[in-house]
Design a protein around this ligand. Structure first.
Ligand SMILES: [Zn+2]
Length: 385
């Protein structure tokens, strides 16, 4: 068994879901680093229930690379697993477990290379940065990027976020924002619909406005051929409201998500929506003075990633992967947050996203080996910088 394999086996045994305390898995990582004589820093959430870890290996100089990954995984509930999802099982050249691809495989590749990093004559430092709560809205990412900026006087230049891309370099990612909109109307007999304000009727108007907004952006040429689909999408996934067919509904709530291509800004789209909401509110408050529409974000929006080809991380990642073609992905990741934090960021890690978040998630032994070699090449490269 390789060192990467045995570290992955340990990481898998901590069944920490997004939203849960990750203290125990960080404890394991702390111990591993401590045994190798590596000092680290911790950044806790306000409740001290979750913690991000970061450390620097190599000289205290500007530049170098952050290797970033999340310690949480998605739930296994309702999925038909053939094996225990929290035990790494090898079968036919594949390693099965929750988080094997997304993305404890990458963490294991990084950790297994720490002895190499320590033995190498690094000219530029390598930072490890392990976050929490990525799977519930990339909540830990901004805090980690901030902690790195505040902890070290010297500034790292690059960030590689090791989400599973089959080790293909990814320079673009859509942003995502999730909202809940609540409409408060007036209750009454359905025959009085012209006197009352139905929260459901108004919610329907708002929902159609959002769908039209998406189509308007597309018609105005807001497309980006690097993404599939090539436009920002707006989708309403939950609608709740009403009691009976003959009662005007005084409450209706709906949840929606907005996935933006880099050129569309979440804040602008939301401001347009809010403007329409206040237009409707002004009209309807004449009929029912307590009429109100409230939209709240589920979590801070996750920014898109759009790393231009001119940045020097692009030739670096091409060299490390041996792949010229740059890709984009549809899933949200912490890369946009690191990019906003001032680091040149790409997504590149072992395993496939098509295996992630589903039953019988796996990473192939080959991908795990290649991931380990990928980090090894990075170590060699940072000796030559
Ligand atoms: Zn992930």
């Amino acid at each position: 068994m390789t060192l990467t394999h045995s570290i992955l086996q340990n990481l898998i045994s901590y069944p920490i879901l997004g939203g849960q305390s990750n203290i125990e898995i960080i404890q394991y990582i702390k111990k591993y680093l401590h045994n190798l004589g590596v000092g680290y820093h911790l950044a806790y959430n306000d409740e001290k229930t979750k913690v991000a870890l970061h450390c620097r290996i190599g000289p205290a100089v500007d530049g170098g690379v952050i290797l970033s990954g999340h310690t949480d995984v998605v739930p296994v509930e309702g999925q038909a697993w053939d094996t225990d999802p929290f035990e790494l099982v090898e079968k036919g050249g594949k390693l099965y477990a929750r988080g094997s691809a997304d993305m404890k495989g990458f963490l294991a590749c990084c950790l297994a290379n720490v002895p190499n990093m320590l033995a190498a004559n690094l000219q530029k430092p390598i930072y490890l940065a392990f976050s929490f709560d990525e799977e519930v809205g990339c909540l830990g990412g901004p805090m980690l990027a901030e902690a790195i900026k505040n902890t070290y006087t010297e500034k790292p230049k690059y960030a590689i976020i090791g989400e599973p891309t089959l080790l293909q370099p990814v320079v673009g990612q859509k942003g995502i924002a999730v909202f809940e909109t609540v409409v408060n109307g007036s209750a009454g007999h359905s025959s009085g619909i012209k006197k009352e304000v139905s929260a459901i009727h108004e919610a329907a108007r708002l929902i159609l406005w959002l769908e039209n907004k998406m189509d308007e952006l597309i018609a105005a040429g807001h497309t980006d051929g690097r993404f599939d689909p090539n436009h920002s999408s707006i989708h309403i996934g939950i609608v709740e409201g009403g009691v009976a067919h003959n009662i005007v509904a005084d409450k209706c709530r709906f949840c929606w998500d907005l996935r933006t291509i880099p050129r569309d800004k979440t804040a602008y789209i939301l401001a347009d929506f809010e403007a329409y909401c206040s237009e409707r509110t002004q009209i309807l408050q004449k009929r029912f003075s307590d009429f109100v529409i409230q939209t709240t974000p589920h979590h801070p929006p996750v920014p898109p990633l759009d790393t231009p080809e001119e940045l020097s991380i692009v030739p670096l990642i091409r060299e490390l992967t041996g792949v010229d073609k740059l890709q984009t992905v549809a899933f949200a990741a912490e890369a946009g947050q690191f990019s906003e934090g001032g680091f040149e960021a790409v997504i590149c890690g072992p395993g496939s996203i098509t295996q992630a978040h589903r039953a019988n998630e796996f990473i192939s032994c080959e991908q795990l080996d290649k991931g380990t070699e990928f980090i090894q090449r990075l170590v060699d490269r940072m000796c030559k910088e």
